[in-house]
Ligand binder design. Structure first.
Ligand SMILES: [Mg+2]
Length: 264
């Protein structure tokens, strides 16, 4: 995997004169991963740059986050930007209002599971349930180690019947269990959907996409854009299979600065 800034001349030639579509993950990409995710906001400099990019007729900006749509939209707080939440399950923007088709009875299933898990979590200090609308997470990072097996088995017991009738799927994460709808739709699907839509608009054939992300869930988007644009992993993680890498979130700001410089 090559360092993006070292190959800048090559990259620049590829996108020069094209209309850019900048796909950005949020946490770990434009902002550092925070201990308390609810305190994260977009720094002023990045917000100003992204706002200028979004207003430029030669660029569009789309955020593709694992947070809920409402949450990522509030934290980024920019107009004229496309937002996708819950790892692509929902997409909103100018004349865009998309939610993936959910399995029948999905919301009712999540509600039932949520009630059971909230009751369980309330009896375990440090455990809590995060409701992201289309998905639900049981967090136990702050819980006592001894209570983890009990929490996990309560989680699997609560979802068992909905798992077997394929209404929900479970995604285990770092000290968290996430419940999602049983649909084949990920960040890659959302990126392809947005790209397809934008290329159909006037001047859309000239679009050149970038995707910047830091996590395994971004790998689906990297895959979806293979050969169609340029993918960049934030942090040198070879397993993400991106075309290039940047070292950290400050280099992402530098990247945005360079891109904006090229458009002027
Ligand atoms: Mg991330």
């Amino acid at each position: 995997m090559k360092y993006l800034f070292k190959e800048w001349e090559t990259v620049r030639k590829k996108f020069k004169g094209r209309r850019l579509l900048l796909f950005l993950d949020f946490d770990g990409t434009v902002v550092p991963i925070a201990r308390t995710p609810d305190k994260v906001v977009l720094p002023d400099e990045s917000a100003a740059l992204l706002s200028k990019l979004a207003r430029s007729p030669q660029a569009d900006v789309a955020f593709i986050s694992g947070r809920s749509l409402k949450d990522v939209r509030r934290r980024v707080g920019l107009r004229g930007v496309v937002y996708s939440g819950n790892h692509g399950l929902e997409i909103r923007g100018k004349r865009i209002n998309f939610t993936v088709s959910l399995p029948l009875g999905y919301h009712e299933a999540v509600k039932k599971i949520s009630n059971i898990l909230k009751r369980k979590a309330s009896s375990v200090p440090g455990a809590f349930v995060e409701d992201k609308g289309l998905s639900l997470s049981l967090h136990y990072r702050l819980a006592d180690k001894k209570s983890v097996p009990g929490l996990r088995s309560a989680f699997y017991a609560a979802v068992a019947s909905f798992l077997s009738c394929r209404k929900v799927r479970v995604r285990p994460g770092k000290m968290v269990l996430e419940l999602r709808p049983a649909v084949d739709w990920d960040k890659g699907s959302a990126v392809s959907w947005i790209l397809r839509r934008q290329t159909r608009l006037p001047g859309g054939r000239n679009i050149f996409p970038f995707y910047l992300g830091d996590d395994v869930t971004d790998r689906d988007a990297f895959r979806a854009l293979k050969g169609k644009g340029i993918t960049v992993s934030v942090g040198r993680n070879k397993r993400l299979c991106a075309d290039y890498y940047l070292k950290n979130q400050s280099e992402v700001v530098e990247f945005l600065r360079r891109i904006y410089g090229e458009l002027r």
